[in-house]
Write a protein that binds this ligand. Sequence first.
Ligand code: ATP
Ligand code: MG
Length: 252
Amino acid sequence: MSLLELDTVSVGWPGQGPVLEDVSFTLERGARVGLVGPNGAGKTSLFHTIAGILPPQSGALRLSGQPVRKGQFQPDVALVFQQADDQLFCPTLIEDVAFGARNLGLPAPEVAARVADALDACGLSGLEDRPVTQLSGGEKRRACIAGALVMQPALMLLDEPSAALDLRSRRRLITLLAGMEQAMLIASHDLELLLDLCPRVIVLDAGRICADGPAREVLGNAALMAAHGQEVPHSLTPHDAASHGHSPQATA
Ligand SMILES: Nc1ncnc2c1ncn2[C@@H]1O[C@H](COP(=O)(O)OP(=O)(O)OP(=O)(O)O)[C@@H](O)[C@H]1O
Ligand SMILES: [Mg+2]
């Protein structure tokens, strides 16, 4: 049985036309899938639907074979919000990161151990008592990821996880995610990050799936990328050392 199944799911925000139309795909346990599409394509709306915040108007959405119901607590799914300020709400970092684990009803020592591990993994140890309002943009993003990690969910929905991260933090995030067993859907405009992490990529545009296949095939398809407001990532573009400034002429 697939971890996640969407069967012709259509979704609309109240008072608006459809933002997702006939979206169908499945995700197996442990799979990492990139989600690519222009601004307004429906990536965040798709995550809100899977997380049970935005109910489908039609079609079927199942997690481990069970229908996802609006507002129902789903310990198997953790959503890392695109805007950190939409997610962080506790007075201090440690309380915020602990929230999900406490919600699972875990004993206090288990909560403390998971929080310490998540803070360490996200490079936030030492900032435990910092008010969340006093974290930098990149620290807030890492706090959101730590808050999802403590739940040890079967599926992580990461909405623009590398936005606002400096290069070292971005690389650290890639290493962290690459070492995780959980299934994840990663919505990102950072196509190189998707290439590093995701064997499979889905392209979403105007609420519809336009491509779903091997990452290098999909992201390397120049016509497809151009049709949906994207560019083939640099690492998939034929280029030689000269274009990196390594040629004798460039260094002379
Ligand atoms: N809370 C909301 N209420 C009403 N409409 C919304 C809401 N959130 C998003 N929309 C609309 O739904 C459509 C899809 O938006 P969504 O945020 O899912 O796009 P996205 O692919 O995540 O874009 P981006 O790359 O900019 O994050 C857009 O037309 C947007 O204006
Ligand atoms: Mg979005």
